[in-house]
Design a protein around this ligand. Structure first.
Ligand code: 1HE
Length: 269
């Protein structure tokens, strides 16, 4: 394993397929394996786990993007050839660990998508919190045509985003969705012109980084759990988290700033 970019000691364990760059308190992490269309080999998936586990405390949000013409062609099919059942299960669990570090990691993650966002690439995007698509992006789950199944959490996360019926269609018939369609069905949050995704992603990440940490924690870690629990437990959890957040000094300072006419207004952007 080589190092990506050693501006920070913590990146020294990353594979060459991951490139890290700081933009203030935002980290931009780039899938850097364009010759293989950013296919996710074991080293890259382990590198994602390392990166999101070891993220320094002064990084407040991450932007995940891919170099070249495509975000990611998914699982590295070249590594699949000789796995038996046990190895296949362990491999899927390795992806689960890595993507959990994204979904329930230290900070919110913005994915910037373009070109092919397919198979495991789409699963990776689904583990992120915000998705920005350039108009070149398209989405596919070619697992059916390869005789395999999703293994990177897609069976759990994708139905929550776009519904089980659409995921079934994508896997059974090979249906693809374009960027506009992906936006319309709720797969992505933002749709921008080709080449504008990274700037949009960094802009959003910088805004996210400016939130109170307790709010970002509650939104990324607590909200999804509330959404998937029963209403009574959800309301109780909401009240507990609301109480904790508003009692923080940071909340008091921000509320005072607004009342003193110094805080931002909730105007339409
Ligand atoms: C790869 C991979 C890959 C490209 N694993 N090597 N994913 C797929 O089924 C998608 C497979 N890939 C494609 O359909 C196409 O490559 C693309 C539509 C994404 C891009 O097409 P194109 O014409 O730009 O590139 P290419 O010529 O197909 O590929 C360029 C090189 O990347 C070539 O290698 P080369 O050494 O011959 O130059 C390809 O072999 C290589 N390459 N994609 C390995 N995926 C946790 S379970 C998740 C399950 C899945 O993700 S299944 C979906 C897998």
């Amino acid at each position: 394993m080589g190092s990506a970019k050693t501006v920070d000691g913590f990146t020294s364990g990353l594979p060459p397929s991951l490139y890290f760059e700081r933009r203030g308190d935002v980290a931009v992490l780039t899938l850097k394996r364009a010759a293989k269309r950013n296919a996710l080999d074991d080293a890259t998936v382990s590198g994602l786990e390392t990166f999101f586990t070891a993220l320094p405390d002064d990084i407040k949000a991450v932007v995940l993007t891919g170099e070249g013409e495509h975000f990611s062609a998914g699982l590295d099919l070249g590594e699949l050839k000789e796995r038996d059942v046990a190895a296949g299960i362990a491999h899927s669990r390795m992806w689960h660990r890595a993507f959990e570090r994204i979904e329930f990691g230290k900070v919110p993650v913005v994915a910037v998508l373009h070109g092919a966002v397919v198979g495991g690439g789409l699963e990776l995007a689904a583990a992120c919190h915000i998705r920005v698509a350039e108009r070149s992006a398209y989405y596919a789950l070619p697992e059916g045509s390869r005789g395999i199944f999703v293994g990177g959490g897609g069976a759990v996360r994708l139905p929550r985003l776009i519904g089980t019926a659409r995921v079934m269609d994508m896997m059974l018939t090979g249906r693809t969705y374009g960027a506009e369609e992906g936006q319309a069905i709720g797969l992505t949050h933002y749709l921008v012109a080709p080449g504008e995704g990274l700037a949009k992603g960094v802009e959003l990440a910088a805004r996210i980084a400016g939130n109170a940490p307790i709010t970002n924690f509650a939104v990324t870690q607590v909200l999804p759990r509330i959404a998937s629990t029963d209403p009574a437990s959800g309301l109780l959890t909401e009240a507990l988290v609301a109480g904790i957040a508003q009692a923080e000094d940071e909340a008091k300072a921000r509320l005072k700033a607004f009342l003193d006419k110094r805080g931002p207004k909730a105007v339409r952007r």
